[in-house]
Design a protein around this ligand. Structure first.
Ligand SMILES: *Cc1c(COP(=O)(O)O)cnc(C)c1O
Length: 392
């Protein structure tokens, strides 16, 4: 194997050097506990507060509204459970969508078992949520709307401003999982009427196991992790100082470079989409063509198993995904692909290539070249494909 091409940036990204360099001192030199009073602790405490400020600035929030967590999943769990438990006197109804990350979906299913009622909104064939259905679903008992900013599998970006407006008009709290949108979309929590927002460092060239939840001032929320008084009594546990420093730096870089990075990614993405469409037949691009994350490419290939495709790509040094990383290993097709109306057999033949800052046009050509050969070879083994070819 001569080269390795990583096109699974929606699953995780490498830590950028500038991020790593800022984190490094906080392992062995500046190891103080931010809660301690002696001077060694000061550097840690200041670094955590600097990161908080960087994150706040990126989304138009106040630093007192940023709470560090152990990643996107914890932020999602906290937003949903924390609001549900703290508002249950007001109501027990939550609205979300069928295409959320499992961090949201499984949390909602857990709450359903405890007597909460959850509405899972449909999406259209491009993955856009139905705003009329959203309006119609709101009732007196609705306490929370949770709709992801951008989808991790098909890249579709939701009309978040309209959703925020609907939530506000109806006096319902609005949470958004912005893990995939961070660094690719301008986010101003006030302009968009967002009350809670989840983010994660490792999807934007920061370290794994650290994230944040933005909680609008005045929003009452139960803690998810009880214990010490860290994070203004809302999230216990000694702070992951290097991780938090990494998150802050990653967020800062992502927003400083956003325009250039998006421009480059959109060029690569559209080139990859065009080359696949020009060279392979019986395919379908999943997700919205324009309201789409700059780095997301997702295709279904008829007469092919996604898993075989992934293994064949891996053998020629290409890392991709057939859905979300969490679902590989399970035989059920992705809930997102089923929700946009794909039949099971088509959903099974899907491939996500998610581009990042380190991909190049040469890599696009290499991947298309390999993909054409692999798809052709896999289809030769399909009796159904044989028959269709015979008919044409
Ligand atoms: C990756 C991801 C998460 C989970 O984040 P972790 O930091 O890996 O826990 C949640 N939501 C979306 C949309 C994601 O892509």
């Amino acid at each position: 194997m001569t080269k390795y091409i990583y096109m699974d940036n929606a699953a995780t990204t490498p830590v950028k050097k500038e991020v790593f360099d800022e984190m490094l001192p906080f392992f062995s030199e500046q190891y103080g506990n931010p809660s301690s009073v002696y001077s060694l602790a000061n550097a840690s405490k200041m670094a955590v507060e600097k990161a908080r400020e960087r994150v706040a600035i990126a989304i138009g929030a106040d630093k007192k509204e940023i709470f560090f967590t152990a990643g996107g999943s914890e932020s999602d769990n906290w937003a949903i459970k924390g609001i549900a438990y703290s508002q249950k006197k007001k109501g027990n109804h939550i609205i979300t969508t069928k295409i959320e990350h499992h961090g949201i979906l499984h949390t909602c299913q857990y709450l359903e078992k405890q007597g909460f009622e959850v509405t899972y909104l449909d999406v259209d064939e491009d993955g856009i949520v139905d705003l009329e259905q959203l309006r119609a679903s709101i009732k007196d008992t609705t306490i929370l709307i949770s709709i992801m900013f951008a989808n991790n599998e098909i890249g579709t970006i939701q009309p978040i401003k309209e959703i925020g407006k609907i939530a506000k008009e109806n006096d319902v709290l609005f949470h958004t999982d912005a893990v995939q949108a961070m660094g690719h979309v301008k986010i101003d929590v006030n302009d968009l009427n967002i009350d809670l927002l989840s983010m994660s460092a490792h999807k934007i060239y920061g370290p794994k196991g650290v994230g944040a939840l933005y909680i609008r001032r005045g929003v009452k929320i139960d803690p998810l992790i009880s214990g010490g008084a860290q994070e203004r009594n809302k999230r216990a546990g000694t702070e992951n100082v290097p991780g938090i420093v990494g998150l802050g730096k990653a967020v800062e870089i992502a927003y400083e470079n956003m325009e250039d990075s998006n421009k480059k990614l959109i060029n690569l993405r559209d080139s990859l989409i065009k080359k696949i469409e020009d060279n392979i037949d019986y395919i379908r691009l999943n997700g919205h063509r324009t309201e789409r994350l700059p780095g997301n490419v997702n295709f279904s290939f008829e007469f092919i198993e996604g898993e075989s495709l992934l293994l064949s790509l891996d053998m020629v040094g290409i890392a991709a995904s057939s859905g979300s990383a969490c679902t590989s290993g399970s035989l059920d097709p992705s809930h997102v692909l089923l929700s946009i109306g794909l039949p099971h057999e088509i959903a099974h033949g899907s491939l996500r290539l998610s581009l990042g800052d380190f991909n190049t046009e040469d890599e696009i050509d290499y991947v298309v070249d390999k993909l054409v050969t692999i798809v052709d070879r896999l289809r030769q083994m399909s009796p159904l494909y044989d028959r269709i070819k015979g008919e044409n």
